[in-house]
Structures are given as structure tokens and as C-alpha cells.
Design a protein around this ligand. Structure first.
Ligand code: ADP
Ligand code: MG
Length: 543
């Protein structure tokens, strides 16, 4: 007795004793259709007239019966098993005498069990069987439609059971609960920008698919996230030791306002003050009545193309709604599509190209009468598509009132980021601002924000431990302020005690990069102030 396995999810394939029937054996379309229809039927059997209704809906019974016999014959020939399709009395049976399995049956069985018992293990087993939608090559066959949708919904239920929210949103972009779950997850991880962007994405999808707005919970979370500020220097606090960078940035804003677009690339270690400088440049641009849009990359969003750039454009559109409304329809469609994160519906280079053109048009209009500043933070985490779009905007805006400032860490740097930078620096007048450590006077001033009267020894130690990185200075000084008697070296636990998850993330990033780049002996790292102690970077401060 042969063993037969039929695959209908993601593709059509019949295996006899573990050997697949070659696709070329299915010379007759109706022979394959007959096998598929029977494989989907309970018990793999149907009444003759049911088969005829489905496969030859336009024929009379008399016309269809000989066709049914012919199709059964060709199906037997393809499968090469004598009783693969049997007409017995009024019934048509598929492989009645073989040990036969069908992936759909197994999937439905596991899915039922998983959902009834809320059994995540069974759900995962079911996922592994769901190789894709039902019979994708029969997309226009009416008989497969309803079943395909049922199976898809079942698959979505399993994904929800297992909390695979990204995948749920990909398959059903109008699932508000999935969007909300993602927002919450990003927020809990301290990725405020990612959470806000998920809200943006949800808003667009709900609007497009259902014509409704997000519910109360999502809106309340959005409001709370907006109210939280990034951990950057407060606008009232002057940035220490960044006068040169600020005046270069101001010059760039003036040039841009005069119609000579400028691009600045701000680089430096984690915690050195890139985001703070960006915030200061935005504040100055607002004083100069620029239109401002800001986006930030997050590592979680690798799969969402254009996220940080589109976030910046969304910010511009939010503050100036008439801009988006005024765009020609075909451009607005592209921008809205990108805002909804509809990457799965993008096909081929031409649709990406359309987004480029639409984004450039939005930028042109936003900068038509006054300056436009776009800031994109942390592009080392950006997807390649974002970098290419950023490059395109910078290039196409060369004679517009546009200033672009983006930040990234020096390493590791993807090839696309390296190329984007190089091209902007070499051919498009971009300028790099490499942020170095604060000097001792600035470190001392920063320490005084937390410890009004620091001892010279405290200052020396904090300067040495922090290597002039403002984030580290703040953390160490804050700790010294709380526990003047005993200051531990900055480590993940110390920072982990802080409430803000972003702080923890930042600290860990800073620590790991500091560890990578910090020698354990007295040799200073390039560009950092020489420690005043010839010691390792983590000695405890004295009691
Ligand atoms: N020039 C500066 N003067 C004072 N504080 C600063 C300065 N630069 C950064 N900070 C502080 O250091 C912390 C880290 O800065 P941030 O801008 O987030 O660094 P980065 O973006 O490079 O990781 C923030 O809390 C900020 O307030
Ligand atoms: Mg930053």
C-alpha cells in the first residue's frame, strides 16, 4: 500500500512513498483540480454531482460525466497509482486504498487543538505546517476561495495565540489589538519612537481598511508617549562644549533658508550627545520659523522600510496638514502607503521609485516658502531603504530651502550607510560633525548639576571614568549626588536601577562600546581626554 502525502498550503504537491510527482506530470488542468478538490473534501470523497458542480460548473451532468472520467484517468496517470482516483457508485474517492495524509487536515487538527486548549506548542506545530496560503496558483478558482480565507483566519488566530503580532499586522493590517500589542511592546522596551510609529501605522491602516480611527486605549498610550520626552538635554539647559557644532549648524540653517540646501552628519559614541545636539538644532530651527520633521531609527524595525524618514515626513505633514492634502493624488497615495508601512504590497523597483518622487515633492512643497529641517536620529539602525531615500531627498533638494541632519554611531557601519555618507560628503557638500568628549571644565559644570560642591577628587574620578561622555558624567554624578560617600563604577546594574528603559538601553550600549574601545591599561582611547589617573576605566571612587 503506497503512502501518499498531499500538500495544498503554499503549493500543490503529491508525494508517493516520499517521492514528489513531477509538476510536468500534471498535463491536464482538470485532473489536478479534481485531486485538489477531493483532497479538501472530508474523508477525501464527494458525490459525483458535487464534483461536477465545482469543477465543471457550466456543464450539464451529461456533458460533464465523460470529462470527469477523463480527468480521473489523467490524475491516476500523473500520480502513477492505479486507484488514486476511484469512481465508486455515485461517489468519487481520492486514494481510498492508500495511507494518505493531507497537510490541510493536519493543520486544521492541530489548530483546533491549539485554540481550544490555548496550547502554544500545538500552535507552533501548526505554523510549521502552514506553508502559505491555500493553493496560491488557484487564486482565481471560486471553489478554493472560501476555504483559503478560513485557513488564513485560522492561521491568524494561532499567531495571536502565540503573540506573533508583527506577523499578524503584516497579514491583517486592520487588527487594532495587534497594533496596540506592538505599541505596548515597543514602549516597554523603551522604543518610544517605534511605538509612536506603530500608532501612525495603525491609524493609516484602520482608516484605509475600515474608515475608523484608533480606539481609546491606543490614543491614550500615544498621548502618554508624546508627553514623555527623550532623554536629551532639556531645551532650557545649554549644551556644554558644543558651541562650534551649534554655530556650524546655525550656519547650515541660514544657508538652507537662503535656498542652498545643506546636510550635516553628526557622529559619535553612544551618550556623547548626538540626540541632544539634534534637539538643540531643531529648537533653533523652530526659532527661525523652519518647518521641522524628526524621525528616529530603531533596531526593531528592520523590516519596515523607510520608517525613520517617513516618520520625519509624517511629522512635517502633521504640523502642516494642508501639505499632504495639497499633493497630487498619486503622490499622496505613495506617502500614505509608506506611512501605513504597506511594504508587502510594494512590488518592483518602480513602486519604490514612486515613493522617492512623492517624498521629494512633499519636501519641495514644504520648503517652498520657508526653511525645512529634517532630522533623523541613529541611522546606524536604519534599514537600507531609509538610507537610500534619505540620500535621494538630500540630492534632489540641492537648490531648495532644506537642511538635513542625521546622526549615527561610528561603528559598526553597514555598507549602505558608508556609501550614503561618502556620496553625500564627496558630492553633495555634506559636512561631518564628529562629537568628541567634553573637556574637564564642561565635565565639572555637568557634575555640578548633580553635586553642587564636588571635591576635586570626585571630579577627577568622574572625568576619568566617564571619559568625558556626558551621559556617563550624568550617571556617575547623579550617583555621587545620592551617595556621596561611596560611588561605584558605572555598570549595567547601576544604570539598570534607573526607571527609564531607554536609559538602560543607552547605558548598555554605551558600556559595551566603551568596553570595546577602552583599553584596560593607561593608554587613552583616541580623541578622549587623557585620564588623569593611570588606571583602568572602572575603579571605584574613594570613600
Ligand atoms: N553637550 C552636552 N551638555 C550637557 N549634557 C549633555 C550634552 N550632550 C549630552 N548631554 C546629556 O547626555 C545624555 C546623553 O545624550 P544623548 O544626546 O542622548 O547622546 P547620544 O544621542 O549621542 O547617545 C543626555 O541625558 C543629555 O542630557
Ligand atoms: Mg541618541
Amino acid at each position: 500500500m503506497p503512502t501518499i502525502h498531499i500538500t495544498l498550503l503554499g503549493r500543490f504537491e503529491v508525494m508517493v512513498d516520499a517521492v514528489p510527482v513531477a509538476a510536468s506530470s500534471w498535463t491536464r488542468r482538470h485532473a489536478a483540480a479534481l485531486v485538489k478538490v477531493l483532497a479538501l473534501a472530508p474523508g477525501r470523497r464527494l458525490h459525483r454531482e458535487q464534483v461536477i458542480d465545482v469543477v465543471w460548473p457550466d456543464d450539464t451532468i451529461e456533458e460533464a460525466v465523460p470529462k470527469l472520467h477523463k480527468a480521473a484517468h489523467f490524475a491516476r496517470r500523473a500520480i502513477d497509482v492505479s486507484n488514486a482516483v476511484v469512481l465508486r457508485g455515485d461517489n468519487v474517492l481520492l486514494c481510498p486504498d492508500s495511507d494518505t495524509t493531507v497537510d490541510v487536515e493536519r493543520f486544521e487538527d492541530l489548530a483546533r487543538r491549539a485554540l481550544v486548549n490555548e496550547d502554544v506548542v500545538a500552535a507552533r506545530q501548526a505554523f510549521s505546517i502552514y506553508g502559505g496560503e491555500l493553493l496560491p496558483h488557484d487564486r482565481y478558482e471560486a471553489w478554493a476561495e472560501e476555504r483559503r480565507e478560513q485557513l488564513r483566519l485560522r492561521y491568524l488566530d494561532l499567531l495571536r495565540l502565540d503573540g506573533c503580532w508583527e506577523r499578524v499586522v503584516e497579514l491583517d493590517s486592520s487588527d487594532e489589538l495587534a497594533h496596540l500589542a506592538l505599541m505596548r511592546r515597543y514602549a516597554a522596551n523603551g522604543d518610544r519612537h517605534a511605538a509612536l510609529r506603530q500608532f501612525e501605522r495603525m491609524t493609516r491602516s484602520l482608516q484605509r481598511e475600515l474608515g475608523v480611527s484608533p480606539g481609546h486605549e491606543a490614543t491614550a498610550l500615544r498621548d502618554r508617549l508624546i508627553a514623555e520626552r527623550d532623554v536629551v538635554a532639556r531645551p532650557g539647559d545649554p549644551l556644554l562644549g558644543r558651541n562650534r557644532e551649534l554655530s556650524i549648524a546655525e550656519r547650515a540653517l541660514f544657508d538652507s533658508a537662503a535656498g542652498q540646501s545643506r546636510t550635516l552628519i553628526v557622529t559619535g559614541l553612544p551618550g556623547i550627545g548626538k540626540s541632544s545636539l539634534l534637539a538643540a538644532i531643531r529648537a533653533r530651527a523652530e526659532e527661525l520659523s523652519f518647518c521641522v520633521g524628526h524621525g528616529s531609527s530603531a533596531p526593531v524595525e528592520g523590516a519596515w522600510p523607510y520608517a525613520p524618514v517617513v516618520e520625519a515626513l509624517a511629522g512635517v505633514s502633521r504640523h502642516h496638514p494642508t501639505l499632504l492634502d495639497g499633493l497630487p493624488d498619486h503622490h499622496r497615495v505613495e506617502i500614505n502607503r509608506a506611512l501605513a508601512g504597506a511594504e508587502s504590497s510594494w512590488s518592483g523597483a518602480s513602486s519604490h521609485q514612486r515613493l522617492y518622487v512623492a517624498a521629494a515633492e512633499l519636501v519641495r512643497r514644504a520648503s517652498a516658502t520657508r526653511g525645512l529641517l529634517l532630522t533623523i536620529d541613529d541611522v546606524h539602525d536604519a534599514d537600507d531603504a531609509s538610507l537610500r531615500l534619505l540620500h535621494y531627498i538630500a540630492r534632489s533638494a540641492y537648490d531648495q530651502r532644506v537642511c538635513i541632519v542625521f546622526t549615527h554611531r561610528p561603528a559598526p557601519m553597514s555598507d549602505t550607510l558608508a556609501q550614503t555618507r561618502q556620496s553625500l560628503l564627496d558630492r553633495h557638500r555634506a559636512v561631518e560633525l564628529e562629537l568628541g568628549p567634553l573637556g574637564t571644565d564642561d565635565v565639572t559644570t555637568l557634575i555640578r548639576h548633580h553635586v553642587p560642591e564636588p571635591t576635586p577628587e570626585q571630579v577627577r574620578h568622574i572625568a576619568a571614568l566617564s571619559r568625558g561622555i556626558p551621559f556617563a558624567v550624568n550617571e556617575l554624578a547623579r550617583r555621587a549626588g545620592k551617595e556621596p560617600k561611596r560611588v561605584q563604577p558605572l555598570n549595567a546594574n547601576v544604570i539598570g536601577a534607573a526607571s527609564c528603559p531607554r536609559r538602560t538601553r543607552l547605558s548598555n550600549a554605551w558600556l559595551s562600546s566603551a568596553r570595546r574601545s577602552t583599553p584596560t591599561s593607561s593608554s587613552p582611547c583616541p580623541g578622549c581626554p587623557k585620564p588623569q589617573h593611570s588606571t583602568t576605566w572602572t575603579p571605584p571612587l574613594p570613600r
